[in-house]
Ligand binder design. Structure first.
Ligand code: PGA
Length: 261
């Protein structure tokens, strides 16, 4: 029985009070689901993190940051350091979300610095990768994914693989304008990613969870999760109401088990 991953990035939504309410609701609603079966994580805003950490049972919901500076301290106005996140006792740090890459123009090199720093500071690192619509149209999706993995995981060694997660999120599938990938397309790209992870990390690369994200919703989650290649769901909008997320988790988990995962 494989553990199924379910996570949400709250982006720049939900203030402290709303985040606390959301987390306690999600915790209560999913408490009875064995954590041997699922890994559930939430990435709240920076301002909500201290309260989120104080009020959440971390055996039930792992908490992470949506971004992090790779340096421990220094002249980096507006950034948040790994030491500051360690102070909160966070579980994971995300790097390379599409909005960081495309709205804030972060580079593969920067994502790599963040992944390395997150791992060195004891966090699980969640690296997001995905091709743009233009790359897809030009038949460059696989090359783009390989490039983002090669650059993003530069200097990472197999011993660090147990603390590494990958989210495959096609840029064209994310957000209100996004069109979800078909399950077949997502599964095909997950195979490309798995192959690349094995080439980079050897057998350790076979164990790294690969999550699909990009307009996951209650109508398509079951189909994605029944694909053998897809280890979990990384959800935006459809997870921001605890009740909807809970339903999606229960339904997808049952679908995964029916599919023999
Ligand atoms: P979405 O967001 O599910 O709202 O498309 C996904 C993401 O940005 O990770």
């Amino acid at each position: 029985m494989k553990k199924i991953y379910f996570g949400t990035n709250l982006k720049m939504y939900k203030d402290i009070r709303e985040t606390k309410r959301y987390l306690s609701d999600l915790e209560a609603r999913t408490r009875d689901i064995s954590r041997a079966e699922i890994e559930l994580f939430v990435l709240p805003s920076f301002t909500s993190l201290p309260d989120a950490c104080r009020n959440t049972d971390r055996r039930l919901i792992r908490l992470g940051a949506q971004n992090m500076c790779w340096e421990e301290q220094g002249q980096f106005t507006g950034e948040v350091s790994p030491l500051m996140l360690q102070e909160l006792g966070l579980d994971l740090v995300m790097a390379g979300h599409s909005e960081r890459r495309h709205v804030f123009r972060e580079t593969d090199k920067e994502e790599n610095c963040k992944v390395r720093s997150a791992l060195e500071h004891g966090f699980t690192a969640l690296l997001c990768i995905g091709e743009t619509a233009e790359e897809k149209e030009c038949g460059l999706s696989d090359a783009s994914l390989r490039g983002q993995l090669l650059a993003g995981l530069d200097g990472i060694w197999p011993g660090q693989a147990p603390d590494l997660w990958i989210a495959y999120e096609p840029v064209w599938a994310i957000g209100v304008e996004g069109v979800p990938a078909t399950a077949e397309y997502a599964a095909e790209k997950h195979r490309v990613i798995r192959c690349c992870l094995k080439a980079l990390l050897g057998e350790a690369g076979a164990q790294v969870p690969i999550l699909y994200g990009g307009s996951v919703n209650p109508d398509n989650a079951d189909e994605f999760i029944t694909c053998a290649e897809i280890d979990g769901m990384f959800v935006g909008r459809s997870a921001w109401q605890a009740q909807t997320f809970e339903k999606m988790i229960r339904s997808a988990l049952a679908a995964a088990r029916r599919a023999g995962k």
